[in-house]
Design a protein around this ligand. Structure first.
Ligand code: AMP
Ligand code: ZN
Length: 472
């Protein structure tokens, strides 16, 4: 029985999805104005592991992660870089997707963009306005917090405490300091959309209310994000969605602890961060995932290169076993011993600890106990059957590969594969050159850009086009 800590009720609860086996899961995604840092990566990766464990348990998970592609920070960057905010967003969405892939995260089922849900956002604000919960002052629309009696139920704070303590935006147009923007009137040079309140753009919180209900329904199972989002972001999402529908918004709220540096939150604004892509240059994605899985998702974790290095070292044990399995399974061994090995015991222990609010440090410990015991059996026997190795591989695949993502059974590429890769790239270069001859520059540029994203950089000279592999 899976139990998880629900920020809303402040206790561990049995997980009972609304419509099993389906689980509707929303994770607050990035604001796409820069590369994400390894602190953001902690939240994204722990959400990835939780999603994968739910799949392991047999649930059919629909996982939605929004992309905030209109925001003050994006506008600021677009002014600095003298490109449109759309171009800023596209650039960092591409880099986000690349990092997601390199970190071994499963792609979301939907990545809704705020700018593609303006109609849904406007209708939601209209609904709140009709209900008298939102008010318009000169084209700025605010949420009237005093109209939602449960305000503060997620963060566990009373309205008067929130008013005095929180860093909330000061704005003379607001009736109450806790009221927040639903629709922001366009300022000179900012991107805008037409709306019943004039030209403007949505506030951040309303995006998540509108996009989650569009893709997951008005009431859904899990909503997750970093601890910093509990207040005001998630508190406001609840106020907006429940204010509009009168129904419960989310059943289980999950929050991820911060990745700290010297006990201080890693963040863009403090400047104490490393981008995920920089860390990926020094450490394998498997070590990064192992480092995070070795701490419980809910607590704080200090960033440490020593721990990343020791995660990398720790993985050698499991990688050595993987190599042995791959080697043994190249040929069928029917004559070897099929030892009496209790796979079920490990599977049960794995489930037991992971069912306890996704206790990944214990889950990793179970894996290493398993590796140790398997190695013992290997040392004690001259020859073991293929069936035994297959069972070992299956267990590691279900857990280390498919839940934690700290291992891969894929063999390093053989010479034959490299040859195929080379031929495919040459073929694309040929097609690009044909497209150019036909003056189909849209296609030729696209081939170049898409190859670039895969790390294949084309270099044109007069005679021919060559290529370089930039990263792997
Ligand atoms: P942002 O792009 O700032 O909205 O952040 C994207 C996600 O990363 C959110 O879920 C944040 O809560 C989370 N996050 C930001 N900083 C950290 C940190 N230092 N440790 C863990 N998660 C973080
Ligand atoms: Zn959100």
């Amino acid at each position: 029985m899976l139990r998880l800590y629900n920020t809303l009720t402040k206790q561990k609860e049995e997980f009972k999805p609304i419509n099993p086996p389906y689980v509707h899961f929303y994770m607050c995604g990035p604001t796409v104005y820069d590369y994400f840092h390894i602190g953001n990566a902690r939240s994204f990766l722990m959400a990835d592991v939780i999603r994968k464990y739910l799949i392991y348990k047999g649930y059919k998970v629909k996982y939605v992660m929004n992309l905030t592609d209109v925001d003050d920070k994006i506008i600021k960057k677009s002014n600095e870089e003298k490109i449109s905010s759309n171009e800023v967003a596209e650039k960092y969405i591409d880099s986000f997707m690349e990092d997601v892939r390199k970190l071994g995260m499963k792609k979301a089922d939907v990545y809704p963009k705020a700018t593609e849900h303006i109609n849904e956002i406007i209708s939601l604000i209209k609904k709140l306005e009709e209900k008298g919960i939102a008010y318009n002052v000169n084209g700025n629309v605010f949420y009237d917090v005093s109209k939602f009696k449960d305000y503060g139920k997620l963060s566990g704070k009373k309205i008067d405490e929130l008013e005095s303590g929180a860093r909330i935006e000061i704005n003379e147009e607001k009736k109450n300091p806790l009221d927040f923007s639903l629709w922001k009137k366009a300022k000179e040079g900012e991107p805008f959309w037409e709306s019943p309140w004039g030209k403007g753009r949505p506030g951040w919180h309303i995006e998540c209310s509108a996009m989650s209900s569009k893709h997951l329904g008005e009431t859904f199972d899990i909503h997750a994000g970093g601890n910093d989002l509990i207040f005001p972001h998630h508190e406001n999402e609840i106020a907006q969605s429940e204010g509009a529908t009168g129904k419960p918004f989310v059943k289980y709220w999950l929050h991820f602890g911060f990745l700290n540096i010297n006990d201080e939150k890693m963040s863009k604004s403090l400047g104490n961060f490393f981008t995920a892509r920089d860390i990926l240059k020094k450490y394998s994605p498997y070590a990064i995932r192992m480092f995070f899985a070795q701490a419980h998702y809910g607590g704080p974790l200090n960033f440490s290169e020593e721990l990343l290095t020791s995660a990398e070292k720790g993985l050698e044990k499991i990688n050595n076993l993987r190599d042995k399995i791959n080697e043994e399974l190249k040929t069928q061994n029917k004559d070897g011993v099929n030892p009496d090995f209790d796979f079920q015991k490990f599977e049960d222990r794995f489930v037991e600890v992971m069912d306890d609010d996704f206790n990944t440090p214990q889950g990793i410990a179970v894996l290493f106990d398993f590796v140790r015991d398997v190695n013992k059996v290997i040392a004690e026997n001259q020859s073991l059957s293929s069936e035994f190795y297959k069972n070992v591989k299956d267990f590691l695949t279900r857990t280390a590969v498919e839940v934690f993502g700290i291992l891969s059974f894929e063999e390093k590429k053989s010479a034959g594969d490299d040859k195929l890769e080379k031929e495919l790239i040459e073929l694309l270069i040929q097609l690009r050159s044909d497209a150019k001859k036909e003056k189909n520059y849209a296609l030729s540029d696209r081939i170049r850009d898409e190859l670039n994203k895969l790390g294949v950089v084309l270099q044109d000279s007069k005679e021919k086009t060559t290529y370089k592999i930039s990263h792997r």
